[in-house]
Write a protein that binds this ligand. Structure first.
Ligand code: MN3
Length: 241
């Protein structure tokens, strides 16, 4: 009898210990505490193979992006006014933010915006630019082949970590721009049509130091349908991040 009670007690204790161990892990999952969340990847980690390998996608989305969101939420813990702003508002008003969180917010809100855009504009069977988007690429960037060539050249030249972007005005005009670290053209009051991440974490597992090879292969997983939707949203004033 005593032995059975003891066993039951031990089982109950073990279950309680397990539940206190498991519960906080679930409840406080990477970014759960705060206004910003990591958007789910809209495809499998392996969907962009062979251009981008599944392991890179998993680490990039679940670890790197999640860390930007966690750091951003942590920085805003005691800044409820900033925490109530949208990501675009925060990025457009960095100089007005409290100085003690400005750099942290710049890096991590930038990282959150850049990666949220990045997952969205990639995918399988991405098609080709069509309609007004194609016309704008032809008119402003010299056509798709020239865009790829110039974009890759700019991306290859980013020293250290950064991004290469195509920006879009409300009138639909396109331009190429690079940014260091997790900066974004949104910080200059511009809109991002799309961009590519040239941080080593985006390609190093598969390409090591061969960034130009990654830049070239990346075009195979660009989702022109999603970019076309962003182009239309930019022209109707509805484009965010
Ligand atoms: Mn990245």
């Amino acid at each position: 009898m005593l032995n059975i009670e003891r066993r039951t007690f031990l089982q109950a204790t073990a279950a309680a210990a397990l539940s206190t161990m498991v519960h906080p892990t679930v409840a406080s999952g990477a970014e759960a505490q705060g206004p910003f969340k990591v958007p789910p990847l809209p495809y499998e980690f392996s969907a962009l193979e062979p251009s981008i390998d599944a392991k890179t996608m998993e680490l990039h989305h679940d670890k790197h992006h999640a860390a930007y969101v966690k750091n951003l939420n942590d920085a805003l813990k005691n800044h409820s006014q900033v925490a109530s702003m949208t990501l675009d508002e925060i990025l457009g008003k960095l100089p007005e933010l409290p100085e003690d969180i400005r750099t942290t917010v710049r890096n991590n809100a930038g990282g959150h915006a850049n990666h949220s855009m990045f997952w969205q504009i990639m995918g399988k069977d991405g098609g080709a630019p069509e309609g007004e988007l194609k016309a704008a690429i032809d008119a402003d960037l010299g056509g798709l082949d020239k865009l790829k060539e110039d974009f890759n050249a700019k991306g290859a030249k980013v020293f250290g970590s950064g991004w290469v972007f195509v920006t879009v005005t409300p009138e639909g005009k396109l331009a190429l721009v690079t940014k260091p670290n997790q900066d974004t053209p949104i910080m200059d009051g511009k809109h991002v049509l799309f961009g590519n991440d040239v941080w080593e974490h985006a390609y190093y597992l598969k390409y090591q130091n061969r960034r130009p090879e990654y830049l070239k292969a990346w075009w195979d997983v660009v989702n022109w349908k999603a970019i076309g939707d962003r182009y239309a949203a930019a022209k109707s004033g509805k484009l965010t991040i």
